[in-house]
Design a protein around this ligand. Structure first.
Ligand SMILES: [Zn+2]
Ligand SMILES: [Zn+2]
Length: 90
């Protein structure tokens, strides 16, 4: 193993591998299966271990935008579950 991989706690829905945080060449963080390149599961948003209320997905992804704040979205194709949470400033 050539880079430090931070586990996200998410289990890959394709082959039950560990989903780990990775950095692209540009320094952008993304999340991919530890079995890459055998498994091509990848997420561009941070996974959150919360089941989707609308489909069978066991996780949602987090997206933070200036306009909408923190959003939890479902990663499943065809599922449009989106939840916007107010950003609380501590
Ligand atoms: Zn996988
Ligand atoms: Zn869903």
């Amino acid at each position: 193993m050539y880079v430090t991989q931070k586990s996200t706690g998410l289990v890959c829905p394709k082959d039950a591998g560990d989903v780990v945080e990775r950095k692209s060449r540009r320094g952008t963080a993304f999340y991919g299966c530890a079995n890459y390149p055998d498994c091509d599961f990848v997420l561009w948003n941070k996974p959150v271990l919360e089941p989707c209320p609308q489909c069978q997905s066991t996780f949602l992804v987090e997206k933070v935008t200036k306009r909408h704040g923190r959003q939890l979205l479902c990663n499943t194709e065809g599922c449009d579950d989106v939840r916007t949470e107010e950003l609380t400033t501590a």
